[in-house]
Design a protein around this ligand. Structure first.
Ligand SMILES: [Fe+2]
Ligand SMILES: [Fe+2]
Length: 192
């Protein structure tokens, strides 16, 4: 069980840090005059909140009763472009390296046991959502380089897995990450 606790705690630390960091980025983008990018950072922060909550639940289901990590003090870049670039790299690292490695280690040691399944589901949902987070960040960076805000659509958050859906209209299909229906999606607004 120690391995599952260790890897879930490490994942939880990352999500908790990102949750706080994206809120800071959101404030900075809003101040720079990019409310659309600021809303994206708010939505990303909410997505990381969902990942953190799922990891916490998975720890509890795995009989973890110790303390949960506290968020690190976020380090903002000099501007929105630098923050987007930092976030792009961080998200990519999570879904290409960190989460796949954690899934592999837990699967190897615990196979398909019930407790492993809970941990694996939380890790896989986070990894799959980070892929979409990454795509949105890349799209926002492209817009910013063309001196445009990220404001052509609205951002919807899946409350179950933290996935984000960006489009002019509300989602009409099951969440592609967790398979829950559209009633779990809500639009994210800039509330700062
Ligand atoms: Fe993310
Ligand atoms: Fe979902």
């Amino acid at each position: 069980m120690e391995l599952i606790h260790k890897l879930l705690l490490e994942s939880l630390q990352g999500e908790t840090d990102a949750e706080r960091r994206y809120l800071q980025f959101s404030i900075q983008s809003d101040a720079e005059g990019y409310p659309g990018i600021a809303t994206l950072f708010t939505a990303l922060s909410h997505g990381e909140t969902v990942h953190a909550a799922n990891h916490r639940k998975a720890l509890e289901k795995n009989n973890y009763s110790g303390p949960f990590p506290k968020p690190a003090k976020p380090k903002n870049g000099p501007n929105t472009l630098a923050n987007l670039q930092q976030a792009i790299l961080a998200e990519k690292e999570e879904f290409t390296s960190m989460y796949p490695s954690f899934v592999k280690q837990i699967s190897k040691k615990h196979g398909n046991s019930f407790v492993a399944k809970i941990a694996l589901l939380s890790l896989k949902w986070a990894a799959e959502s980070e892929k979409n987070h990454h795509l949105l960040l890349v799209a926002a960076e492209k817009r910013l380089r063309a001196q445009q805000d990220f404001d052509e659509g609205r951002i919807y958050l899946c409350a179950v897995c933290g996935n984000l859906h960006y489009s002019p209209a509300a989602p009409t299909e099951l969440c592609p990450v967790c398979g829950h229906d559209v009633s779990f999606y809500s639009p994210v607004d800039l509330l700062l």
